[in-house]
Design a protein around this ligand. Structure first.
Ligand SMILES: [Zn+2]
Length: 126
């Protein structure tokens, strides 16, 4: 996924690519960044190098559901994704779900780099 943080710059470079007959190579390079890895987000920024971009690659945020467990026997409680087979405190099988919480894990920085223009083509540098 591509998250463009420099719409105007992107339009300008796209126009430049079109005018100089290298739009396909430009699009392919953008496509490469936007589909890089699995479950990723690429933030695209302006770069001072001519017709170039700076980018940051993230692993996307994901939603998880945490369940609240309670042992009705000894009152042990815990929040986790998976229900324990037996109560870790009393060893009994009286653990039940008493609620759940949806949590979003924020996206995590993976790496950064540049989509640099040089002699009629763009290449990705990290
Ligand atoms: Zn217990």
């Amino acid at each position: 996924m591509l998250n463009v943080k420099c719409e105007e710059h992107l339009e300008t470079v796209k126009k430049f690519a079109e005018e100089t007959g290298v739009l396909e190579q430009f699009n392919n390079t953008l496509e490469y960044l936007s589909t890089y890895g699995t479950n990723t987000e690429c933030e695209l920024f302006y770069d001072f190098a001519p017709h170039s971009f700076y980018f940051v690659m993230y692993h996307k945020e994901k939603g998880i559901t945490l369940k609240n467990f309670e042992c009705s026997h000894c009152k042990w409680t815990e929040q986790s994704e998976i229900k324990p087979d037996v109560c870790p405190q009393c060893g009994g099988n009286s653990v039940r779900i008493i609620g759940c919480t949806h949590k979003i894990e924020p996206k995590k920085f993976w790496f950064n780099g540049g989509m640099i223009f040089h002699i009629n083509k763009w290449s990705v540098h990290t």
